[in-house]
Write a new protein. Structure first.
Length: 131
Protein backbone atom coordinates (compact mmCIF):
# COMPACT_ATOMS: atom_id res chain seq x y z
CA UNK A 1 0.00 0.00 0.00
CA UNK A 2 1.37 3.43 -0.98
CA UNK A 3 2.20 6.05 1.64
CA UNK A 4 -0.04 9.11 1.34
CA UNK A 5 1.62 12.14 -0.21
CA UNK A 6 2.99 14.41 2.49
CA UNK A 7 2.13 18.12 2.57
CA UNK A 8 5.68 18.54 3.90
CA UNK A 9 8.02 17.56 1.07
CA UNK A 10 10.96 17.25 3.45
CA UNK A 11 9.05 14.79 5.62
CA UNK A 12 7.95 11.80 3.56
CA UNK A 13 5.05 9.81 4.94
CA UNK A 14 3.54 12.54 7.11
CA UNK A 15 -0.17 12.37 6.34
CA UNK A 16 -2.11 15.48 5.37
CA UNK A 17 -4.37 15.04 8.43
CA UNK A 18 -3.94 18.21 10.51
CA UNK A 19 -4.54 16.29 13.73
CA UNK A 20 -1.41 14.18 13.21
CA UNK A 21 1.30 14.87 15.76
CA UNK A 22 4.16 15.97 13.53
CA UNK A 23 6.76 15.51 16.28
CA UNK A 24 5.65 11.90 16.77
CA UNK A 25 5.94 11.26 13.05
CA UNK A 26 9.39 12.83 12.80
CA UNK A 27 10.82 11.42 16.01
CA UNK A 28 11.70 13.35 19.15
CA UNK A 29 13.52 16.09 17.25
CA UNK A 30 11.79 17.79 14.37
CA UNK A 31 13.64 20.82 12.96
CA UNK A 32 10.38 22.50 11.90
CA UNK A 33 8.87 22.09 15.36
CA UNK A 34 12.09 23.23 17.02
CA UNK A 35 12.22 26.35 14.85
CA UNK A 36 8.56 27.16 15.59
CA UNK A 37 9.12 26.81 19.35
CA UNK A 38 12.26 28.96 19.15
CA UNK A 39 10.42 31.74 17.28
CA UNK A 40 7.22 31.73 19.31
CA UNK A 41 8.92 30.90 22.60
CA UNK A 42 11.28 33.87 22.66
CA UNK A 43 10.79 36.15 25.64
CA UNK A 44 7.78 38.45 25.16
CA UNK A 45 6.86 37.06 21.73
CA UNK A 46 3.82 35.18 23.00
CA UNK A 47 2.31 38.23 24.69
CA UNK A 48 3.03 40.40 21.63
CA UNK A 49 1.21 37.85 19.48
CA UNK A 50 -1.66 37.64 21.96
CA UNK A 51 -2.05 41.44 21.92
CA UNK A 52 -2.08 41.44 18.13
CA UNK A 53 -4.56 38.57 17.97
CA UNK A 54 -6.79 40.64 20.25
CA UNK A 55 -6.69 43.53 17.79
CA UNK A 56 -3.66 45.68 18.66
CA UNK A 57 -2.14 47.06 15.45
CA UNK A 58 -0.20 50.16 16.45
CA UNK A 59 3.12 50.11 18.27
CA UNK A 60 1.66 52.04 21.21
CA UNK A 61 -1.30 49.63 21.47
CA UNK A 62 1.02 46.64 21.63
CA UNK A 63 3.35 48.38 24.11
CA UNK A 64 0.42 49.37 26.33
CA UNK A 65 -0.93 45.80 26.30
CA UNK A 66 2.38 44.55 27.73
CA UNK A 67 3.45 47.17 30.32
CA UNK A 68 6.68 45.45 31.43
CA UNK A 69 8.00 45.21 27.85
CA UNK A 70 10.76 47.70 26.99
CA UNK A 71 10.67 49.65 23.74
CA UNK A 72 13.96 48.06 22.66
CA UNK A 73 12.60 44.53 23.19
CA UNK A 74 9.31 45.31 21.44
CA UNK A 75 11.13 46.66 18.38
CA UNK A 76 13.31 43.54 18.33
CA UNK A 77 10.34 41.17 18.58
CA UNK A 78 8.35 43.00 15.91
CA UNK A 79 11.33 42.84 13.53
CA UNK A 80 11.77 39.11 14.21
CA UNK A 81 8.08 38.40 13.62
CA UNK A 82 8.19 40.41 10.41
CA UNK A 83 11.28 38.52 9.23
CA UNK A 84 9.46 35.23 9.92
CA UNK A 85 6.47 36.37 7.85
CA UNK A 86 4.19 36.34 10.91
CA UNK A 87 3.35 40.02 10.70
CA UNK A 88 3.44 42.76 8.12
CA UNK A 89 4.61 46.29 8.90
CA UNK A 90 2.75 49.01 7.02
CA UNK A 91 3.85 52.65 6.91
CA UNK A 92 0.88 54.94 6.32
CA UNK A 93 1.69 58.21 4.52
CA UNK A 94 0.09 60.53 7.05
CA UNK A 95 1.41 63.47 9.01
CA UNK A 96 2.90 62.38 11.27
CA UNK A 97 3.81 59.08 9.66
CA UNK A 98 1.83 56.21 11.14
CA UNK A 99 3.04 52.62 11.33
CA UNK A 100 0.71 49.67 11.77
CA UNK A 101 1.40 46.00 12.28
CA UNK A 102 -0.95 43.32 11.02
CA UNK A 103 -0.74 39.58 11.35
CA UNK A 104 -0.32 37.73 8.09
CA UNK A 105 -2.23 34.54 7.37
CA UNK A 106 0.71 32.69 8.91
CA UNK A 107 0.46 34.83 12.05
CA UNK A 108 -3.32 34.56 12.34
CA UNK A 109 -2.95 30.78 12.14
CA UNK A 110 -1.24 30.94 15.55
CA UNK A 111 -4.54 31.91 17.20
CA UNK A 112 -5.45 28.36 18.22
CA UNK A 113 -1.95 27.79 19.64
CA UNK A 114 -2.13 31.01 21.68
CA UNK A 115 -5.62 30.09 22.95
CA UNK A 116 -4.33 26.62 23.93
CA UNK A 117 -1.36 28.15 25.77
CA UNK A 118 -3.68 30.57 27.60
CA UNK A 119 -5.93 27.69 28.67
CA UNK A 120 -2.90 25.69 29.84
CA UNK A 121 -1.61 28.71 31.79
CA UNK A 122 -5.02 29.27 33.40
CA UNK A 123 -5.09 25.67 34.59
CA UNK A 124 -1.47 25.05 35.54
CA UNK A 125 0.28 28.37 36.16
CA UNK A 126 -2.32 30.18 38.22
CA UNK A 127 -3.53 33.73 38.59
CA UNK A 128 -2.11 36.19 36.06
CA UNK A 129 -2.27 38.99 38.62
CA UNK A 130 -5.30 40.80 37.27
CA UNK A 131 -7.65 41.73 40.05
Amino acid sequence: MATPKSPHPSTPGVPADASTDSAAQDGAFCPRFHHAVEVIGRRWTGVVLRAMLQGATRYSDIRDAVPALSDKMLVERLKELEAEGILRRTVLPTTPVRVEYHLTEKGAALNSAVIAMAAWADKWVGDCGKG
